[in-house]
Design a protein around this ligand. Structure first.
Ligand code: ADP
Ligand code: MG
Length: 572
């Protein structure tokens, strides 16, 4: 094909794709505009996972009637004016791309009334072209309504997840901004229900209560700003790290409770996530992540936000200083406010043989590799187990057993996990899950994201023995739980499950739930077992169809074959 310039319509559709990836991106852009307009109240209404309708209403400065149409032109912005301004951006928006991008992929109506104007104006656009405009009464502020998102972009529509998942992304965006701007009153309505409401009183803790619930909020520690204790003098040097972090008691199984804001812009950063993890080193169990809200303030010209159209990545001029400041602030807060005993990783990890016949059971020093690899350990064949004779327990974590074909070293937790996983799946398919009613129903509070997941998976969780019913605003009553979890931390399991079910990929929910229950009810590494218990476990393992890996895919056992035992190690 000959080279030619693309039609402006095509150009704008391509550009829109970079800004508007999914309904949550529209919400993000509109909320950012409302915040830039100095609003103290922002309400967000969503229907049909955001594809049907997104409406954001604010009480900010509004758009002067003569400029409303211009706002929908590409690169039209009131926020920067010159090249120098790009060096020190103090607004969330600056690219002038959001409104035209949204209008390129949806039907948009705007009603706005600017400060000092007595009557507002409205504008309707279809395919980015003005359909209707005029004046209309409204109080100061702006309402943008977006309908039929991606109707004309079937490729995008196809990649969207279920409405529940899109809703949870939206709830997450609003939650993040609610945390970043505690002085703004946020209200989020999803399909007519209140999903989130913050008081807007300027107190971070009150936003945290609304977003993460009371249990998390009660365990949050305020980050002491860096210089205030220096000889009683208040010296503010930048970067300044503020915010709140969770005590190690409320760790989570994924990173979705980590929020970073740079000069109040919500950003994602692997480096910062790593810095936080380092600061918690030794305080959390392996695989656990902290809850943290980290606000970084620094001179505008020391951070570049113009990296990507979505503005969620930034580049720091002095990255090391920032990472160091974040780590120090967290570490000091933890040491001063939460004197928690250091959890020895050695005692809590079960070191699962990593397969491939390479690694053996040497208990890991924190972070180090196992030191002893036998030259001859080989992977067990993928057939069912022979009858095994239990010889004893090693490090309270492994069962040593002898079979006709050699010596087996079996990871007790992984083995039990596999047994329970199979059992749970089988019981569920036969509707025979054993359920334990609670003496009194227990109130269970969830955050907006978990709320969406719970609504979507409510019945599925019931199939596994969780009897949960709605009880007011983001609170539920739990009446029964799976027997296996009765004496365990079932609330923690449920929370973790909701977090993983609300993640982007829906995956196999049956597997997810079964794995989670199995993992939490299985015997732990470090737990001493009687001979009878070990025999019982091995017998059950012999019945299992896939006795070689736990449901997460980690190997359960390694074997030294009879020949190897005869030959000895390394002898030729
Ligand atoms: P940007 O935010 O990068 O400037 P947008 O396309 O998001 O670009 O918005 C274009 C312009 O429209 C903004 O610069 C601002 O002047 C105006 N605008 C958009 N939304 C609002 C709002 N809610 N309140 C006041 N002005 C707004
Ligand atoms: Mg904008």
């Amino acid at each position: 094909m000959a080279i030619k310039l693309l039609d402006p319509k095509v150009v704008s559709r391509i550009a829109a794709g970079e800004v508007v990836e999914r309904p949550a991106s529209v919400v993000k852009e509109l909320v950012e505009n409302s915040l830039d307009a100095g609003s103290s109240q922002i309400s967000i209404e969503v229907r049909g996972g955001g594809v049907g309708l997104i409406r954001v209403t604010d009480n900010g400065v509004g758009i002067p009637s003569g400029e409303v149409e211009l706002a929908f032109d590409r690169y039209a912005t009131s926020k920067i004016g010159s090249l120098e301004d790009l060096e020190s951006i103090n607004s969330l928006g600056f690219r002038g791309e959001a409104l035209p991008s949204i209008a390129a992929v949806a039907q948009v109506d705007i009603v706005t009334c600017a400060v000092g104007e007595s009557v507002g104006s409205y504008l309707s656009l279809k395919d980015g072209i003005t359909e209707n405009k005029g004046s209309q009464g409204r109080s100061q502020g702006t309402t943008v309504t977006v309908r039929n998102l991606f109707r004309k972009v079937p490729a995008r529509l196809k990649f969207l997840k279920s409405p529940a998942t899109e809703n949870s992304h939206i709830a997450n965006v609003v939650s993040q901004y609610a945390i970043a701007f505690p002085e703004v009153r946020f209200a989020l309505f999803i399909d007519g229900r209140v999903a989130l409401r913050t008081p807007g009183n300027g107190q971070l803790i009150d936003s945290v209560i609304q977003v993460y619930g009371l249990e998390v909020a009660q365990n949050m520690l305020e980050i002491r700003s860096r210089d205030e204790e220096w000889e009683g003098r208040a010296v503010t040097s930048l970067p300044l790290v503020t915010g709140m972090i969770g005590s190690p008691a409320i760790s989570r199984s994924n990173r979705s409770y980590l929020s970073f804001f740079v000069n109040r812009r919500w950003i994602s950063s692997r480096l910062l996530a790593w810095a936080v993890a380092e600061a918690y080193h030794g305080l959390l169990m392996p695989g656990k992540h902290p809850v943290a809200i980290i606000n970084i303030s620094l001179p505008l010209n020391e951070v570049d936000v113009n990296i990507h159209p979505t503005k969620t990545e930034v580049k720091f001029q002095n990255e090391r200083a920032i990472l160091g400041a974040v780590q120090k602030a967290i570490r000091r807060t933890l040491v001063e406010l939460a004197p928690v005993p250091k959890i020895e990783e050695v005692a809590t990890t079960y070191v699962s043989p990593a397969g491939r016949g390479q690694v053996l059971w040497t208990p890991a020093e924190s972070g180090s590799r196992p030191v002893y690899s036998p030259p001859v350990a080989e992977q067990t064949p993928a057939v069912s187990l022979p009858v095994l004779r239990v010889l004893g327990q090693l490090s309270s974590s492994y069962i040593i057993a002898e079979g006709p074909d050699g010596l087996y070293l079996i990871d007790q937790h992984a083995a039990h996990e596999r047994i329970l996983f199979e059992k749970i799946k089988q019981q569920r398919s036969r509707q025979e899950i054993e359920v334990q009613g609670l003496l009194e129903p227990v109130a269970f509070e969830v955050n907006p994201k978990q709320d969406e997941a719970l609504k979507a998976y409510h019945e599925k969780l019931a199939e596994f023995g969780f009897s949960i019913e709605p009880f007011g605003d983001r609170t539920y009553l739990v009446r029964a739980v799976p027997v296996l979890l009765h004496q365990k931390d079932w609330a923690g399991v449920l929370r973790e499950l909701l977090d993983s079910l609300s993640g982007g990929d829906k995956g196999d929910w049956i597997e997810k739930i079964a794995i989670s229950i199995a993992c939490h009810s299985a015997v732990r590494a470090g737990q001493e077992l009687t001979d009878d218990e070990m025999r019982e476990l091995i017998q059950q393992l012999e019945q299992v169809a896939v006795p070689h890996t736990c449901p997460h895919g980690r190997p359960i056992m390694i074997r030294l074959s009879s020949e190897q035992l005869k030959r000895g190690f390394g002898r030729s």
